[in-house]
Design a protein around this ligand. Structure first.
Ligand code: AMP
Length: 220
């Protein structure tokens, strides 16, 4: 299955993408993760992207689109993938469509994680990330056993620069101004499905599994 996860930052797209990727064996392609890795490695792309990311702005379309096209061309993406955080602008969506047309493929679903603003702000401002393995925690909902220490690898937890409240508000504005229109873009293509991102991880996973299993069964 070829899937696009849409919705504001903090909607739970990344969390669901990780679980769905494991269950259905499709690669999870998160432009945010790829860019953060590039920043960590101080690669040329990372150096170009860092300022935009820290300010909560979008990295220029050309840079992000190039990354995604390269990633989609790898063999593990041939049977399906989950795109998380891409496309984020109309231009990115149009470029993606061109690539799909060239390859003679289409997407199965664009899933819109409809999520209220207070939920987003609370999730993002409370998020803490392991500096070593990248595992996510939350100051009230997913607390580590030992304070500020990752349960899995013992790494220290930190707050992402763009998870500070002022930057979250900016990211939400960027989402409203540049990304939200993509909901109609995919609705018009007849591939949009909506789930509530306000629900628990388990509830959203259940809703997605029903949808995806149905599609897989319909095909076989
Ligand atoms: P995320 O982890 O998806 O919230 O992404 C973190 C940051 O990476 C965003 O705030 C942007 O600066 C950048 N980014 C990720 N995906 C894209 C994209 N598709 N287009 C432009 N910038 C992006």
């Amino acid at each position: 299955m070829r899937l696009i996860f849409l919705g504001p930052p903090g909607a739970g797209k990344g969390t669901q993408a990780k679980v769905i990727s494991k269950k259905f064996n499709y690669p999870h392609i998160s432009t945010g993760d790829i860019l953060r890795e590039s920043v960590k490695n101080n690669s040329p792309v990372g150096r170009q992207a860092k300022g935009y990311m820290d300010r909560g702005e979008l990295v220029p379309d050309e840079i992000v689109t190039r990354i995604v096209v390269e990633r989609l061309g790898r063999p593990d993406a041939s049977a399906g993938f989950i795109l998380d955080g891409f496309p984020r602008t109309k231009k990115q969506a149009v470029e993606l469509d061109k690539e799909f047309k060239k390859a003679g493929i289409g997407i199965d679903y664009a899933i819109y994680f409809e999520t209220s603003e207070p939920v987003v702000i609370s999730r993002l401002s409370g998020r803490r990330v392991c500096e070593k393995c990248g595992l996510n925690y939350h100051i009230t909902n997913i607390r580590p056993k030992k304070e500020n220490t990752c349960d899995a690898c013992g790494g220290a937890l930190f707050q992402r620069e763009d998870d500070k409240v002022e930057t979250i508000k900016k990211r939400l504005n960027v989402y409203k101004n540049q990304t939200a229109d993509l909901i109609d873009y995919y609705k018009d293509k007849g591939v949009l499905e909506t789930v509530s991102g306000d629900l628990s991880v388990e509830e959203v996973f259940k809703a997605l599994s029903v949808l995806f299993n149905k599609r897989i069964n319909d095909r076989s």
